[in-house]
Write a new protein. Structure first.
Length: 319
């Protein structure tokens, strides 16, 4: 296939480009580098099956030649208000990527009669009242809260995708992505994995807010991309959760990081800085992915962290 990937210079988008190329497809990457980095695609320079278009997806998209599939991954994704790359500090761009960007990429798919895959998110569920979260759960989301620019953009994107599927008969798919980690994450992303790894590798105590009882489920990027690729090739049009159902508390996660990195600096507890709408618990129900895609994560947390640490060491100048 000849595949357009928006957000190609991002953490997930770049790994997705790698997988598609490895499977023998031609890839057109698209990004405007607001949050993505050219470094994530540098290794593809000279690859005859890869081309790149620098473009903002909120503007009309033209791609010369035939397109067989469109994967829309362009959007800021970090909830961290302290990061200049977080969607809290890029609110308008985030909503435009989710609304106008989805409309434009759906238009490309329709013009080419191509299959379309939307990168949605576990944030669809908000601060969930149901645990674990199944695809049938409608969510618990504040439509005007500080996180709403991301949550509602993705909810709108899902609705628009299903409208194109039902009204135009477009061949669509929706993946709801849960917490993912691995090489090419931004060190200044502000989320727990880069925060903890930076502190541990610099031999600093890990900062845990509150008592650390809040939970997350961490999926290694290769597992996630495998699930997305399987979804692309499937006939599943309903949303599919892709993530690791193994739930861990933030305190347990901090202890695991310290043990793997041999960081003896320990842990410091600080008053909770939980932002408005920040979910206390997050765990996917992946029954649909197991049944329709034959997918489940294979890489353990410790193995995934071992694969991630060399990248962080290199970026921190510790390699």
């Amino acid at each position: 296939m000849r595949v357009l990937v928006t957000g190609a210079a991002g953490f997930l988008g770049s790994h997705l480009c790698d997988r598609l190329l490895a499977e023998g497809h031609q890839v057109i990457g698209m990004d405007n580098f607001i949050t993505g980095s050219p470094e994530n695609l540098a290794h593809l320079a000279g690859n005859p099956d890869f081309s790149f278009i620098r473009h903002d997806v909120s503007n009309f998209i033209f791609v010369p030649g035939k397109v067989d599939a469109v994967l829309h991954f362009a959007s800021p994704a970090s909830p961290n208000a302290d990061s200049p790359f977080g969607y809290v500090n890029l609110p308008i761009q985030t909503m435009k990527a989710g609304a106008l960007g989805t409309h434009n990429t759906l238009g490309v798919a329709r013009a080419h009669k191509a299959r379309f895959l939307l990168a949605s998110t576990s944030e669809i569920y908000g601060d969930p009242l149901e645990h674990p979260q199944t695809e049938k759960y409608w969510g618990h989301v504040d439509p005007i809260g500080i996180r709403s620019v991301y949550d509602e953009a993705k909810r709108f994107a899902e609705a628009l995708t299903m409208a194109y599927h039902r009204f135009h008969g477009l061949d669509t798919r929706i993946v709801r992505i849960f917490n993912t980690y691995g090489p090419r994450m931004r060190l200044d992303d502000g989320r727990v994995v880069p925060n903890f790894l930076k502190q541990a590798l610099c031999r600093e105590p890990l900062t845990v807010y509150g008592d650390g009882s809040q939970t997350r489920s961490f999926c290694y990027v290769d597992d996630l991309v495998d699930g997305i690729y399987r979804l692309l090739l499937s006939d599943q049009h309903e949303p599919v959760n892709i993530g690791n159902p193994s739930e861990t508390t933030i305190l347990q996660f901090a202890e695991t990081i310290n043990r793997i990195t041999n960081n003896s600096a320990g842990i410091v507890f600080k008053e909770s800085q939980r932002t408005e709408g920040d979910p206390q618990r997050r765990q996917p129900d992946i029954t649909r992915a197991r049944q329709t895609l034959g997918w489940e994560p294979r890489i353990s947390l410790e193995e995934g962290l071992a694969r991630t640490i060399p990248y962080f060491k290199q970026k921190l100048g510790l390699a």
